[in-house]
Ligand binder design. Structure first.
Ligand SMILES: CCCCC/C=C\CCC/C=C/CC(=O)SCCNC(=O)CCNC(=O)[C@H](O)C(C)(C)COP(=O)(O)OP(=O)(O)OC[C@H]1O[C@@H](n2cnc3c(N)ncnc32)[C@H](O)[C@@H]1OP(=O)(O)O
Length: 289
């Protein structure tokens, strides 16, 4: 119920944005920040993140992404989604720092609800989610990948993935942490989260953050072949199994969703945290100069 209500709010927000859907022979639809190549006959869609320059998860991006995902969820012909970046090199730079810096509490609350919604929708999706990680994927970008059923990363040592929040002076919330612990185990998570480590593909593979590392030009074809393997499993048994594995963790967030929002708002509003974000943003700018 809570999920459905929040979904309606996002859909309303989406229509307020007034984005016109572009339909190309019923095989492709796009809003400004997400491109969907939908092969209805095959039952597979490729969702490409396209929020330049670095696919940060801004409120507008989250709204558009959730609307696209819901369209696919509502069409029973779609059984699988491949998530990837339209801009190879960066899968996603994670949460949009500008949504968490210098704004008011109401904005922080709205933003955090949308972040929660993204995680819940992806984590509990009935569809098969394969992540084709064709670039760097820190923090919220890594979290998106962690919700998927299978992760394939491009073998480029320049790319990294992990939950680096502590390096920014912020803290990964409990549900980021739970998702990470369930993927890599407690000790690895404890170590990596405290240090805010980002891992190149080979290390990410060793730790189980990703399931496969393949040459960069094969990420997409590999994702398609993995998807074919997963599609061979009957939906009902796979979905019931997925739900059995994931429901308790998702319910843990659902039951304390409002408290988690309040927690985020008071944490992110602190002067000391705003100062840390300011310093980090300055560092990002200086890197350029
Ligand atoms: C105890 C109670 C706890 C409760 C706490 C609750 C919650 C708090 C935790 C909240 C969780 C947050 C999770 C996150 O996702 S935080 C975001 C983490 N992301 C990063 O650290 C990535 C930062 N970016 C980079 O490292 C690089 O940009 C890059 C992704 C490696 C790409 O590098 P490059 O291609 O060289 O691009 P630039 O660095 O030049 O960036 C271009 C442009 O984009 C801006 N930018 C980059 N990342 C972000 C971002 N995440 N959000 C907003 N903007 C971003 C960057 O500043 C440049 O802007 P300008 O062109 O204007 O200079």
């Amino acid at each position: 119920m809570a999920l459905a209500a929040a979904g309606r709010v996002l859909l309303q927000a989406g229509s307020r944005l007034g984005r016109r859907e572009v339909v190309d022979g019923a095989r492709r639809f796009a809003n400004k920040r997400v491109e969907v190549e939908a092969d209805e006959a095959a039952g597979i869609a490729v969702m490409k993140l396209k929020n330049p320059p670095v696919n940060s998860l801004s409120l507008e991006f989250l709204t558009e992404f959730l609307i696209s995902l819901e369209k696919l969820e509502n069409n029973k012909n779609f059984r699988g989604v491949i998530l990837t970046s339209e801009r190879p090199g960066v899968f996603s730079a994670g949460l949009d720092l500008m949504e968490m810096y210098g704004r008011n509490p109401a904005h922080y609350a709205e933003y955090w609800r949308a972040v929660q919604e993204l995680w819940l929708r992806l984590y509990l999706s009935n569809m098969i989610l394969v992540c084709a990680i064709n670039g760097t994927s820190p923090a919220g970008g890594c979290l998106m990948a962690l919700t998927c059923d299978h992760r394939i990363m491009a073998d480029n040592p320049k790319y990294t993935i992990g939950l680096n929040e502590s390096q920014l002076g912020i803290v990964a919330p409990f549900w980021f942490k739970d998702n990470f612990v369930n993927t890599v185990g407690y000790r690895t998570a404890e170590h990596a989260l405290q240090l805010g480590l980002l891992f190149p593909p080979a290390e990410a593979l060793k730790l189980g953050i990703v399931d496969e590392v393949v040459p960069e030009d094969q990420v997409h074809s590999k994702a398609q072949s993995v998807m074919a393997q997963w599609m061979a499993i009957p939906d009902h048994s796979r979905q019931l199994t997925k739900n059995m594995m994931r429901k308790a963790m998702a319910d843990n967030l659902i039951k304390q969703r409002e408290a988690d929002i309040q927690n985020f708002v008071s944490f992110i509003s602190r002067d000391s945290i705003q100062k840390s974000l300011h310093t980090y943003l300055e560092k990002l700018k200086q890197k350029k100069g």
